[in-house]
Every structure is written in C-alpha cells, then in structure tokens.
Design a protein around this ligand. Structure first.
Ligand code: C2E
Ligand code: MG
Ligand code: MG
Ligand code: MG
Length: 287
C-alpha cells in the first residue's frame, strides 16, 4: 500500500507494518487447524480476598502454543479470532475446559479457606455475547461437568456493554437468573453511564489495571483515589463486589483494601499458571 505523502507520491509502505500484517494474516489462517490440533491451553490466575489473601477462585486466560512462534498471549490472537468468528468455537472450548477444571478443583478440594467452593472466571468477547448459542452452550457445559452455575463467572468488558440494548442483555439476564455471575471487566475505562449499571445483570465490577497502577505512586494521585472511592461506594450500594486487577505490590494491595475493594488479582499474589497450582494454593493458601 503506497500512500501519497507530500511531494513523494509513491512513498514506500512501512516494511515493519507489512511484516506485522503478514504475521497477522498467517496467524488468522492457522487458527482453525490450531484449535483442531489442540494448540491452545489455559493458564489460571488466582483471585484472592483482599482482606486475608485467601484464594477463592481463578481467572482462565487462554494461550496459544504456536509451533513456530512459541507461546502467544491472547492479545496476539483473540482479536483475529474475533474478526473471523473462530472466537465462538474457541470460546466454547475455553469455557468447557475451565468449567471442567473448576469441577475437578472442587472434587479434590471442596472448600477454600475463604469458605465456599472454588470458582472460575471466563472471559467473553463481544462476538460470543452476540452469538445465539451462548445460553444453551453454557447450560450444556455446566450440566455436563456438574459444576453449579454459581461457581462460574463470565467476564464481559464494560465497552462491550456500552449502549447495549435489551436484545444483547437478554442472554446475560438469563445466565444471571440461572445463578451465573457476570463481571464487568476493565471497568472505568469505557465512559459508561454509571446510572446504566442498574440495568445490567452484573454482580462484580473489575476495576481496570490503570487504577491499580496509579496506586503505585507515593502518594497516589488524589483524583484517582477519589474515583476509586466513588466507584466502590456506588458498587456497594448496588450490591456489587469490586475486584481489582493487576496488583503487583503489597503497597497497592494495602491501598486498594483501605479503599474498600473486595477481591484482587495480580502478580503480587501469583502469575497465571498451570491449573494444579490453583488447587494447591487454595489448599495451603500459600500466597
Ligand atoms: P483481562 O481479562 O483484563 O485479563 C487480565 C490480564 O492482565 C491478563 O493478561 C493477565 O495475565 C494480566 N495480568 C494479571 N495480573 C497482572 C499484573 O499484576 N500485572 C500485569 N501487568 N498484568 C497482569 P493476558 O493473559 O495477556 O490476557 C489479556 C486479555 O485477553 C484479557 O484481559 C482478556 O480480555 C483477553 N482474554 C484472555 N483469555 C481470553 C479468553 O479465553 N477469551 C476471550 N474472549 N478473551 C480472553
Ligand atoms: Mg478478564
Ligand atoms: Mg480485566
Ligand atoms: Mg484489563
């Protein structure tokens, strides 16, 4: 793609951009066979109570073990899968696998120290949200595994629900009525109308990592502190729990705990890892 720029009408395209486009193209084409060959795997990152650090569940994060490029993170391929629609079967696999895993944790370890059975969070992309099979697929996966719906939390980004009409909210409402938790992921970045929260069938707000990052400075940005305080107080008055993501230091955890956040996730507690580690962390609570 040569673009006209100033006097040089046939300026050469950016070769790095071309290389990236070629890789994207190659990765996109390789996705369906990769799913069939089982090249995707899931890492689980513990979710802990901010009060005492006890593990009560984990978020499922998909990775692609690519034969040439090594392990690729979701930011490299989820947008591509989203674009081609492969996210629907891929997302179905992630959900089935995560739910099966959560049931397995529960069988080996029925209660976390925090009380209650271990739970699992699964990310849903906008295309999955619009897919007519979402509710039926979820019901089937839960029934097949024997996991109670209350042990599954589906994470939807705030931006995916901005301006959502009733057609889009209906499947989420059905899932919420069954007892599945819905979390608003990356909350605070999407400029959503806060009053709108009342309309959404969500029970958890996951505060975006940018807020956690700003708690790292000493002292933290007073405006961000006010925003977090405001979000926490609004969330609690609507009976929503607040989770913080991206906690990397004890100072951040302490600050966010003082501000009233309920649960947390981040490298300070544990990086995403193999499924068995969740089970042993919950057993020993060695975080
Ligand atoms: P997310 O749902 O907001 O997930 C949190 C991301 O933050 C994960 O990145 C996680 O590894 C990373 N993270 C956790 N703790 C820390 C920390 O302390 N510091 C820093 N710097 N990062 C931390 P990851 O695994 O690369 O996933 C990126 C995004 O990809 C996710 O963001 C989610 O939106 C999407 N994603 C992951 N798995 C799936 C999936 O199965 N389906 C769909 N549709 N999206 C997925
Ligand atoms: Mg998430
Ligand atoms: Mg998030
Ligand atoms: Mg995020």
């Amino acid at each position: 793609r040569a673009k006209a720029a100033g006097g040089n009408r046939f300026e050469r395209a950016d070769p790095e951009a071309d290389a990236r486009a070629i890789t994207r193209h190659g990765l996109t084409n390789a996705l369906p066979a990769a799913l069939e060959r089982g090249e995707f795997f899931i890492e689980y990152q513990p979710l802990v109570h901010l009060g005492d650090g006890s593990v009560h569940g984990a978020e499922a994060l998909v990775r692609w073990s690519h034969p040439q490029h090594g392990v690729l993170g979701p930011d490299r391929f989820i947008p591509l899968a989203e674009h081609t629609g492969l996210i629907v079967p891929l997302g179905r696999w992630v959900m089935a696998e995560s739910v099966r895993q959560a049931r397995f944790w529960q069988e080996r370890h029925p209660g976390s120290r925090a009380g209650g059975p271990l739970r699992v969070n699964v990310n849903l992309s906008p295309t999955q949200l619009h897919h007519p099979g979402l509710v039926a697929d979820t019901v089937e996966v839960l029934e097949r595994s024997g996991l109670e719906p209350g042990a599954l939390c589906l994470e939807v980004t705030e931006s995916a629900l901005i301006g959502a009409d009733d057609d889009l909210l209906k499947p989420l409402r059905q899932l919420a009525d069954m007892g599945v938790d819905i979390a608003l992921d990356d909350f605070g970045t999407g400029y959503s109308n806060l009053a709108n929260l009342r309309r959404l069938p969500v029970s958890v707000l996951k505060l975006d990592r940018s807020f956690t990052q700003s708690m790292q400075q000493h002292p933290a940005d007073p405006v961000d502190i006010k925003i977090v305080e405001g979000i926490v107080s609004l969330a609690h008055s609507l009976h929503l729990a607040v989770t913080v993501e991206g906690v990397e230091t004890g100072a951040q955890a302490e600050q966010l705990r003082e501000l009233g956040c309920d649960t947390a996730q981040g490298w300070y507690y544990a990086r995403p890892g193999a499924p068995d580690r969740i089970h042993s962390l919950a057993l020993t609570d060695a975080v």
